[in-house]
Design a protein around this ligand. Structure first.
Ligand code: RP5
Length: 173
């Protein structure tokens, strides 16, 4: 088993369907990772202990996804100088706005790189972790560049399909 470079913490196993998107991105780039449930509020000691021990196993970037009063990413950032990415998750009565504010509003000196709410953010957390790792990994940097080029080519391809799509829309009732 390769050493995990990225640690993904979930506030609850109920967060897995969304945070699986982070895993999908890391898998696409063959980035080794580990994933666990640990809550800022319900298991603060487990979280603090994990954050201290993870770098010894090779972890270089933390990703934390949580909903509601989402302090997990902040609790991780409190215990490390490694980069921490926070994914605010929806599902509460406030649809993730609570998690967004709780994750993003960190005090100076304890940053959390907060991505978008939900699946889009979960995917971007993976990409951002890869960007950070790519600073010291040329092979990964090249794969990220290739991915960007592929996205740009896809935009051109979609654009080229517009005239036909427009004709279909305009000719239908
Ligand atoms: C948060 O509360 C978790 O991250 C999850 O998004 C939410 C609900 O957790 P469960 O009640 O499903 O365990 O701490």
């Amino acid at each position: 088993m390769p050493k995990p470079l990225v640690a993904i913490l979930l506030g609850s196993d109920s967060d897995l369907p969304i945070m699986a998107e982070t895993v999908r991105v890391l898998n696409d780039f063959d980035v080794a990772h580990e994933i666990l449930v640990s809550s800022a509020h319900r298991s603060p000691e487990r979280t603090a202990h994990y954050v201290k021990s993870a770098p010894r196993r090779g972890v270089r970037v933390f990703i934390a996804g949580a909903g509601g009063a989402a302090h997990l990413a902040g609790a991780v950032a409190a215990g490390t100088t490694l980069p921490v990415i926070g994914v605010p998750l929806p599902g509460s009565e406030l649809n993730g706005l609570d998690a967004l504010l709780a994750t993003v509003q960190m005090p100076p000196g304890v940053p959390v790189a907060t991505v978008a709410v939900g699946k889009m953010g979960a995917r971007n957390a993976g990409y951002l972790a890869i960007s950070i790792l790519a600073l010291g990994d040329r092979r990964l940097a090249r794969r990220l560049e290739a991915h960007k080029k592929k996205m740009a080519a896809e935009v051109e391809e979609r654009s080229s399909r517009l005239p036909a799509a427009l004709r279909r829309i305009l000719s239908s009732k």
